[in-house]
Design a protein around this ligand. Structure first.
Ligand code: GCW
Length: 712
């Protein structure tokens, strides 16, 4: 044991290559460690289940790393400072305390100071092992973030049931919209080779409460349901199980044809139904706690029930029936936009799904993206939230930054997630927030969920940059509790990632908190959207009108011409605004009341339109674009000021990525302004620098080998 502890303590000599994520457990500075002296001297924890073993090893590793010495293992409390861990069933000591564990559910925990056998102790308890595991990570976080350990009385439980990462990983090892290298799943060597990285993935997820992983891309390969891949999925499920994480698979709706040799995938066909039932039975034989299916159907070329003139509900319910006997769920995606060609793309999902409210089986969740378009830097909330009270709606966020500068731009998404979750749908009167739809309290649903499209790959630092780790972290924390503050999450992450030195924490958190607004400003301010390059979504191409579909092109979304700019989604235009509850619709439709940040999303206005600030729209646009670039410059300066306070390895990576971001922010600003100016012929306001190059320079840029690219 001491040898093990010695090795763990030598941890600080390890390279800061980002592999350890926020679970670094580097030795605390002396002053902090002193404050914890006499704490965590003993550890009383069971090992009779795999989860208990995981808890014990995490506490030994964490406390050993942070405090420089691991607690002594014991089965009794013999002096002050013990940590007592378990459920009433697993630990006689915990049982003897007669703690009130009601209301904690299956995944909740309490962390409490108590007297055990006459000695001061900290108790980490729950109704199940997994609850205790979450409590153990909470306890470690207290130390990592320099919180007091006295008079603890913490109780917590997740507000959302399914907290899931969606991996868009392909079976060939590539990752759609992935910017952190190849897939972390080494399908080729599975199921035999269980890389330690899979366990570390599970630890990281458990530490923030994520309890599900969809292993493969929603543009699904039917082969994933073949015997060989089910074996591989089962092996991963075995690694994740002790950490409370279930495995799910994305399925291709036509798999009965491709894999089963049937002539149809019609959801009402008895043979098709039998095929799925038998497939579900087979899966559950291998993976008894399998989570269920995620489905992208009749969307962007994927097959679906409409191919057989059946509805989305028919398709979802057929799969739900196959999974129901085993307790599995269907997560059916609402990201569709091909139903009525010519209709405003942002309206189509609502048109399609709203009439189906009440038709979905009890184990179906409809997975809805946060906005009505597609993970843009900023969108208003998706009007489906609040519009389908009889349907279990789950949130889909994107953690990977497909439209936000890929891996290199520093964009903290906690603020984006919170903006969406705190939006008031007004559906059942004021206070009907998206968070309440998602956590089920608005309409009384117990089966609830939040999904995040993962930003994880095989890169040593998992996410392609240190700061992208914060987005994985924030996603998990908000999935557990959608009401948490983005700043508090950023601060906890920063402390765990860079230490508790206020000279680092404050500037880093401030930088993170402003970063998303900066990206909105230099890419798509004032409600603009989808000005990115075609297909690969890298860089600005607001002039682009090419390609197979109008509603994939920037010109479709900004609608700029000589006189004005913006998409009229009021009654005089597409009337998408009418999809919101009346008070919200009225606000968005009213030029006098709409927040500036959504102006051009809902309105087409002249370049000379007077903003509330008194400036013209054109002036305001130029200011926002310029502000975005200035903000990135300031972020760079802030980071430069931290040289010497942050280890060289991570300092250097972030510094070089910020240099890329600044260059690309300038490119975004200049290309967009050059283009818009070519339409409106207006001068830049005084004091604003002209674009560095003429428009045709920006238009001549083209990019072939862009990471994460897919035909969609
Ligand atoms: O965001 C878009 C992406 C596609 C993706 C699609 C979806 C998985 O550009 O790559 O496909 O959305 O969410 O289905």
């Amino acid at each position: 044991m001491w040898l093990l502890v010695a090795c763990l303590c030598a941890g600080h000599a390890r390279a800061e290559d980002g592999y350890d994520l926020w679970l670094r457990y580097r030795p605390l500075p002396a002053a902090q460690a002193d404050a914890y002296r006499g704490r965590a001297t003993q550890l009383v924890a069971g090992t009779s289940t795999a989860t208990q073993a995981a808890i014990r090893s995490e506490l030994l590793r964490g406390l050993g790393g942070l405090l420089g010495r691991a607690p002594a293992l014991s089965d009794r409390v013999t002096h002050d400072g013990a940590v007592v861990v378990g459920t009433p069933a697993s630990s006689p000591l915990v049982a003897g305390l007669h703690l009130d564990l009601r209301g904690l559910g299956r995944e909740g925990y309490l962390v409490r100071s108590a007297v055990v056998d006459g000695h001061a102790a900290t108790v980490i308890a729950g109704n199940t092992d997994v609850g205790v595991l979450y409590g153990a990570f909470r306890f470690l976080r207290l130390l990592q973030t320099a919180q007091p350990l006295d008079r603890l009385d913490l109780r917590d439980r997740p507000r959302v049931k399914l907290r899931v990462l969606d991996h868009w990983d392909n079976l060939d090892g590539s990752v759609e919209r992935g910017y952190a290298g190849a897939s972390i799943w080494d399908w080729w060597t599975l199921p035999d080779e269980l890389k330690p990285r899979y366990t570390d993935y599970a630890r990281a997820n458990a530490s923030i409460g994520i309890n599900g992983a969809v292993l493969n891309n929603v543009n699904a390969d039917p082969l994933v349901l073949g015997h060989a891949y089910l074996e591989k999925a089962a092996a991963l499920a075995g690694v994740f199980r002790p950490y409370g994480i279930r495995v799910y698979l994305s399925v291709r709706f036509s798999a009965p044809i491709e894999l089963g040799g049937l002539k149809t995938a019609d959801p009402l066909d008895p043979q098709v139904r039998r095929w799925w039932r038998e497939k579900a039975d087979e899966i559950y034989k291998r993976i008894p706690d399998f989570g269920g299916f995620l489905v992208k159907a009749n969307s962007e070329g994927q097959p679906g029930p409409q191919d057989y003139h059946r509805s989305h509900a028919d398709g979802a319910n057929m799969l739900a029936a196959a999974l129901a006997p085993h307790g599995g769920v269907v997560m059916w995606r609402a990201f569709v936009y091909a139903n009525k060609p010519g209709e405003d793309r942002t309206k189509q999902a609502w048109d399609e799904f709203k009439p189906l409210d009440g038709q979905f089986a009890a184990n179906v969740l409809l997975q809805v993206k946060n906005g009505p378009l597609d993970f843009q830097p900023r969108e208003p909330f998706n009007p489906l939230f609040g519009a389908m009270p009889k349907t279990r709606l789950m949130m889909e966020f994107q953690v990977t930054k497909e439209y936000l500068g890929f891996a290199t731009h520093l964009v903290y998404l906690g603020t984006l997630y919170r903006e969406a979750l705190s939006a008031d749908t007004m559906a059942r009167g004021p206070g009907s927030t998206v968070a309440k739809v998602v956590d089920g309290t608005l309409d009384g649903h117990a089966l609830t969920g939040i999904a995040g499209v993962a930003n994880i790959g095989a890169d040593r630092d998992w996410c392609g940059s240190v700061f992208n780790q914060a987005n994985w972290y924030a996603f998990g924390r908000l999935a557990w509790d959608p009401t948490l503050s983005a700043r508090a999450i950023a601060e906890a992450w920063t402390r765990m990632t860079f230490g508790n030195d206020a000279a680092v924490v404050r500037p880093v958190v401030d930088m993170m908190m402003g970063s998303r607004e900066a990206a909105v400003d230099y890419m798509t301010p004032l409600g603009l959207a989808h000005l990115m390059g075609h297909g690969h979504h890298y860089g600005p191409e607001p002039w682009d009108a090419s390609g197979p579909r109008a509603d994939w092109t920037p010109v479709y979304f900004h609608r700029a011409d000589h006189d004005g700019i913006g998409f009229d989604r009021t009654a005089t235009g597409s009337d998408a605004v009418a999809q919101y509850a009346p008070p919200v619709a009225r606000e968005f439709a009213d030029l006098g009341r709409i927040p500036d940040r959504y102006l051009l999303w809902f309105h087409h206005v002249p370049w000379t339109y007077r903003m509330r600030s008194g400036r013209t729209l054109w002036d305001a646009l130029v200011r926002h674009y310029t502000q975005g670039v200035d903000d990135v410059r300031r972020m760079r300066e802030t980071w430069a000021g931290l040289k010497g306070h942050v280890d060289d390895e991570r300092y250097r990576q972030v510094a070089s990525f910020l240099a890329i971001q600044q260059r690309e922010a300038q490119w975004w600003r200049d290309a967009c302004l050059a283009y818009f100016q070519s339409l409106n012929g207006l001068p830049l306001p005084a004091g604003y620098a002209p674009p560095a190059h003429p428009l045709k320079y920006y238009q001549s840029l083209s990019f072939k080998y862009v990471p994460g690219y897919s035909a969609w």
